[in-house]
Design a protein around this ligand. Sequence first.
Ligand code: GSH
Length: 265
Amino acid sequence: MADLRIFSYLPNPRVWKATIAARFCGVDVEVRGAPPKELRDWLWDYDARPLAEQERQSLSSLARTGRVGLTGVKLLKTDAFLQAQPFGNVPAAFGPDGKIGIFESNSIMRAVARLGEATFSLYGRDAWEASRIDSFLDVSLLFARDSQIYLLSLLDGAVDAAIHARAKQAFAIYASGLEQALSAQRKTLVGEQISLADICFAAELALFMNEQARAAQLNERGLDRILHDGVRNEYPLVFAHFDRLIDHEHFRPDLKPYVEKLLSK
Ligand SMILES: N[C@@H](CCC(=O)N[C@@H](CS)C(=O)NCC(=O)O)C(=O)O
């Protein structure tokens, strides 16, 4: 049995925060899921699985209306799922007996780091480093909130100048802070080795690159890509760090093909 099970729509860079961490520290993570459109046909449970039409009908009393991303979609969430996952969101992680639910991708990644601490320390060498890592995770979540609103609006065609401006400002604040934290000599955000701060950053920036696939839609509305062609010159240390990370053996299997595919669009 895996140390931790994650249920999510796939592919999802936020799930990869946990799988990348797991490669560093030898934790066994099981990932279950399917593309977003298929999750309406799944049972949302510790034992998450696709349901046949007949099963779906017999479980229709479990249907709950999605609110974020899967807005308005009827999702079959069991009571046990909602006990473990009170916000009802994915990625949803579970301990081995399914009773303990961990939610929020940064917290799922932290759980992996704690489970594998003896093998590789991803969460800092002491209370100070761990707290500085938390600082980066907190600012990443602030960025992630506006990034999610922007990317979902690009997906459902609802993007407008206000949403775009807010995401643009969120990215500028996030990237400026990271640029300041890195120096030409620094190879990691905190301490001397890769930590959860680096993993979270790489996953969130990779996710934000989905903007690229919607460039035509932005153009139609007279809006620019936030990750425009010159952005690497504005934040050279941030992008050099990103390039280094996605080439790392523990990041590469998840992030490299995903980023390459997005950038080729
Ligand atoms: N900040 C969260 C985001 C989780 C989230 O918003 N998940 C959405 C999909 S993008 C969801 O599960 N929606 C299901 C629903 O609204 O019922 C994380 O990093 O894990």
